[in-house]
Design a protein around this ligand. Structure first.
Ligand SMILES: Nc1nc2c(ncn2[C@@H]2O[C@H](COP(=O)(O)OP(=O)(O)OP(=O)(O)O)[C@@H](O)[C@H]2O)c(=O)[nH]1
Ligand SMILES: [Mg+2]
Length: 332
């Protein structure tokens, strides 16, 4: 059977394909859950409902850092290491530049060429659309679908712009922040509170002339982290150095994640963290559903463009326009 976007499958067909680990159907299912169309939403909801509790053994990892820090290169190197440890890896790479174009750019995919070819990897660059920092509204659903398809390590790559770390934190078990030595942002990172959001910091590109500086940066981050109070889960954020280009430091980072998973599973924080995330998901599902109903409403649709124009021209205030549209919606 040839799969195209047009031949929509039934929820059962999607499910069977996903559970069988079919990467083509998995990709189609992610496209489906990202769709704004009402008929797609109904099937998507049925699928999500069925796959919601299959990620118990998985580990969800957020990889953040400023543009160009080396996230994609790191994930390729780290991903290959993880796969060599008999894991199946899924990467939900979110291209920051897609906010401008509204579409997904394949840049990240090409930068993960080797990983993309690996049968134990599934790579999904995703359009960031309206969501903050490139975490799409549907990344959580994509995680669940990947887990149901048998991927037990899920990496979410997102660009670090402050708030995006917060958004990713709500989706993952472990947050890894990539940094560069000597970028002058050691203290800036602390100021932004970003370091508090990270379970570990990896100073990457620790190769060639950069080795010494990376070791120094590691020490200064370690010192800085000591100033923070210990988190409730008892985990002290770790600092490491690595080189994605030379495949160095990957084992240390993976072992650290395993240690984290082991500790958190035994002290109960693993489950607690995921439970809290469920609550956040519920609220975001409500918001998304309300928003979709609103913008799909035929009364709203019929006047939206006109009112938008008036607001943009300044002939109607934003506040009164919002009130007018909402009253149209609620009166239906
Ligand atoms: N020397 C060295 N260069 C690296 C390393 N990792 C990445 N680079 C280089 O750094 C540049 C940026 O790497 P990317 O992996 O694309 O960075 P990114 O953080 O994914 O970038 P965005 O997705 O645009 O935010 C590339 O030219 C890489 O070759 C490393 O470990 N050592
Ligand atoms: Mg990248």
């Amino acid at each position: 059977m040839a799969y195209t976007k047009k031949n929509r499958l039934t929820a059962e067909e999607y499910l069977a394909g996903i559970l069988a680990g079919d990467r083509v159907i998995l990709a189609m299912a992610i496209t489906l859950v990202e769709s704004q169309l009402e008929e797609d939403r109904t099937i998507a909801e049925a699928i999500i409902e069925q796959v919601s509790n299959r990620g118990e053994k998985s580990i969800r990892i957020g990889v953040t850092g400023v543009p160009g820090v080396g996230k994609s290169t790191f994930i390729e190197s780290f991903g290959e290491y993880v796969i060599s440890q008999n894991k199946k890896l899924s990467v939900l790479a979110i291209d920051p530049s897609s906010t401008k174009t509204g579409g997904s750019i394949l840049g990240d995919k090409t930068r993960m060429e080797n990983l993309a070819k690996n049968p134990n990897a599934f790579i999904r660059p995703s359009a960031s659309r309206l969501a903050l920092g490139g975490v799409t509204h549907k990344t959580r659903e994509a995680v669940l679908l990947c887990e149901a398809a048998g991927f037990d390590v899920i990496i979410i790559e997102t660009v670090g712009v402050g708030q995006s770390e917060v958004a990713v934190r709500e989706l993952v078990d472990f947050s890894l922040l990539l940094m560069l030595a000597g970028a002058g942002d050691e203290l800036q990172g602390i100021k932004k509170g970003i370091m508090e959001m990270a379970d570990a910091i990896a100073i990457t590109k620790a190769d060639g002339d950069n080795v010494l500086m990376s070791e120094q940066a590691k020490k200064s981050y370690q010192n800085a982290l000591h100033l923070f109070p210990v988190a409730d889960n008892g985990w002290l954020p770790k600092v490491t150095t690595c080189s994605a280009l030379k495949n160095e430091g990957m084992d240390e980072i993976w072992n650290m994640m395993l240690k984290f998973a082991g500790d958190m599973r035994s002290n109960g924080f693993w489950k607690e963290n995921r439970n809290v995330q469920q609550l956040a998901w519920m609220h975001s599902a409500i918001e998304q559903s309300l928003r979709a109903d609103f913008y799909n409403d035929k009364h709203v649709k019929s006047v939206l463009e006109t009112i938008e124009n008036q607001v943009q021209k300044g002939t109607q205030t934003a506040w009164s326009a919002a009130k007018q549209l909402l009253s149209l919606f609620y009166k239906k």
